[in-house]
Design a protein around this ligand. Sequence first.
Ligand code: PRP
Ligand code: ZN
Ligand code: MG
Length: 223
Amino acid sequence: MKPRDRLRIAMQKSGRLTEPALDVLKRCGLTFRQSRDKLFCFGEGEPVDLLLVRDDDIPGLIAQGVCDLGIVGRNVLDEFKGVAGDAAAALTEWRPLGFGRCRLSIAVPQDVDYTVPKDLDGLRIATSYPGLLGQWLRRNEVDAAVVTLAGSVEIAPKLGTADAICDLVQSGGTLVANQLRETDVLLQSEAVLAGPDTLPTDERGDMIELLLKRLDGVIQVRE
Ligand code: PRP
Ligand code: ZN
Ligand code: MG
């Protein structure tokens, strides 16, 4: 890959993390020549550019070295680390960012009896997080079938394609709307600054250190 002298940060193109992520970067003194429909935003002051992508692609872009840092949900990062193996092991959560808080939970139809994870034995669980769900099932010695869906997971029980789900919960509104009851929390998540666990030794490494310092100031001011 061609060496780069400008830092490249990946973030969600459109979604719940987009506005607060742009806001935190702005507070760190980073501004971009912004055209929202473009995937690439050139940084105006500092040598830092933005790549606007699907959140699920962010850990992979960092692992491949296409981007130096990413703002992404812990859920997405941990799922990637769980399923991608070695290449992903070197990815680290540099800072929690305090926004985009949600949890990854198991939920069952409201009329289903459920008290302990073992009650899921022999059932089908729909999720977009097969890695994290698989870990939890193994830890709890539950023998369930994992049905991997890219989205609209909450509708699966009603459609009869799964008996339970494992998905993100923020307000709980989606669960209520689909007559589902949250039973277990697998992961508490929020947006994090993710990157390789060793910093590049060139100017980009210095820029990351500067950015982390500014970020610590920004996060402190917020608390
Ligand atoms: C997430 C998640 C749930 C919903 C939970 O989906 O997958 O569906 O939010 O939020 P709530 O508890 O506040 O209702 P989102 O709409 O972000 O998008 P996606 O599922 O298409 O990724
Ligand atoms: Zn997503
Ligand atoms: Mg959803």
